[in-house]
Design a binder for this molecule. Structure first.
Ligand SMILES: *Cc1c(COP(=O)(O)O)cnc(C)c1O
Length: 458
């Protein structure tokens, strides 16, 4: 090692010296870790010869502060430029700003989570949702757990323990992340009885499969695929009648769980939670963060006699949701009391509802801001977005994207730069360009994108 290098290294400030000068708002441990990382990176550069001048304390401090600011936490806000509205890897649904106050009030203070204010005694955390869910779906009772997978597990392990569960062969679904309906039935202690065929299942198939051992009939919404062509399945109301004649519950795993008719959005008809309950389903389960646009949760609605049993299941304790989820779920559901408000205020619905021309207007506005950046090529192209989350798998929404390419960057290199910027920006590559789909980008995010690109093309 040369004398110069040794000198530069020796001149670097110590961890303790730097630590004393870090803004005290940053957690101490985090600041120390960042200082160590910055110093290690600098030493490496000096030893490699890519840094050949003295580095003063102020410069090191600036680097540490910048890194603390940019990478304070591992889990961070990102900009979703992919156009997939319900993007599971990017956190699925983002919450409505209208639920924020409710989240703050209940999370940063004590709350009546399990306390009955009427009589001053112990209450139930699930009681807070009963009246609103009744209004929105007509259900007698409701229970909420960690996610819909947990909901299905709780329902089956309560109602079909050591019993047979009738499921159509066309509905033995794998949801993703290796969550498979047949495996859930087995792991909850039930026994699957497959009925019908992949494309056609008749009422008589269910009828023939009924035995003394049958515990329930299960319908699973085939959210993420379609069986098309020569297909058939019985009317829900007929299936309910058959189940009830044998004193069995009809369980319906709806997956997304719509609370409103999506046809005005130009989407194909899918039944709402209320409709399937009206047709005689006894228990319906659905996700809180798919088309509902709320927090991650699994919502179980239906007949009190069954839900009461689930409340007594030991498993519920392990699957129970926390107060932050409960409060944001209640606040999200309350937006649905006025459908117009829901469509405006629930980001997931708002994004799905954006028309082609609204997406074009947004693209123009963002492109306008980016055009002055030199070295960056900006264009606008018609494209299509996906709903995602296993919902409406075949349906594409017409949209517009801002298309970026850099004079000195490959598409992959630019994509990586954007992904690694202070607020990560996630793009889709198409035709060797980076696409930013305006359907999933909020106007509040334009300046973040602009700042990141300015820095990249400095
Ligand atoms: C998505 C889905 C699930 C799993 O829901 P999570 O909330 O992701 O746990 C279960 N069943 C169906 C039919 C689904 O579409």
């Amino acid at each position: 090692m040369s004398k110069e290098i040794q000198q530069i290294l020796a001149n670097l400030p110590s961890v303790d010296t730097l630590l004393k000068q870090i803004d005290s708002n940053y957690p101490h441990g985090k600041a120390k870790e960042t200082i160590q990382q910055v110093l290690a990176a600098l030493r490496k550069e000096v030893v490699a010869g890519t840094r050949q001048t003295m580095i003063d304390q102020a410069a090191v401090l600036a680097l540490v502060h910048k890194q603390l600011e940019e990478k304070q936490f591992s889990l961070r806000q990102v900009v979703n430029g992919t156009g997939t509205v319900i993007h599971t890897n990017l956190g699925r649904s983002s919450l409505s700003p209208k639920v924020q106050e409710q989240l703050l009030a209940t999370s940063f203070h004590y709350s009546n989570l399990e306390f009955d204010l009427e009589n001053g005694k112990r209450g139930s955390r699930y009681s807070h949702l009963v009246s609103i869910v009744k209004k929105l779906t007509g259900a007698e009772d409701v229970l909420v757990v960690n996610n819909n997978a947990a909901a299905v597990l709780l329902v089956l392990s309560t109602l079909t323990q050591e019993k047979e569960v009738l499921v159509s062969r066309g509905e033995l679904v794998e949801i993703g992340g290796a969550f498979r309906i047949p495996d859930v039935i087995t792991s909850s202690g039930g026994k699957i009885v497959e009925v019908g065929t992949t494309n056609k299942t008749h009422l008589i198939d269910y009828e023939r499969a009924l035995t003394e051992e049958t515990g329930a009939v299960l319908k699973v919404h085939t959210s993420n695929y379609r069986i098309v062509g020569f297909t058939e399945s019985p009317e829900l109301s007929d299936l309910a009648e058959l189940a009830h004649q044998h004193h069995l519950p009809l369980i319906n795993d709806l997956g997304s769980g719509l609370l409103l008719d999506m046809r005005p959005f130009g989407l194909p008809y899918e039944p709402t939670v209320k409709e399937v309950l009206d047709q005689g389903c006894d228990i319906v389960t659905f996700s809180g963060d798919k088309l509902l646009g709320g927090p991650q949760a699994g919502i179980i609605v239906g007949k009190s006699e069954y839900i009461e049993k689930m409340k007594k299941n030991q498993l519920l304790r392990a699957l129970r949701i926390d107060k932050m989820t409960l409060s944001t779920l209640e606040a999200t559901l309350s937006l649905y009391l006025d459908e117009k408000e829901a469509v405006e205020a629930v980001p997931t619905l708002h994004m799905i509802g954006l028309s082609e021309s609204e997406c074009l207007d947004k693209a123009n506005e963002l492109a306008e801001r980016l055009r002055p950046i030199s070295g960056l090529n900006v264009a606008i192209e018609k494209d299509s977005s996906k709903i995602g989350g296993g919902s409406y798998p075949e349906h594409l929404l017409p949209t517009y994207a801002v298309v970026l390419s850099g004079e000195h960057f490959s598409a992959d290199a630019l994509q990586e730069k954007l992904r690694l910027s202070a607020t990560p920006i996630i793009t889709r590559i198409k035709n060797d360009c980076n696409f930013l789909d305006l359907r999933t980008i909020a106007p509040e995010e334009y300046s973040l994108i602009q700042e990141s690109l300015q820095e990249i093309f400095l």
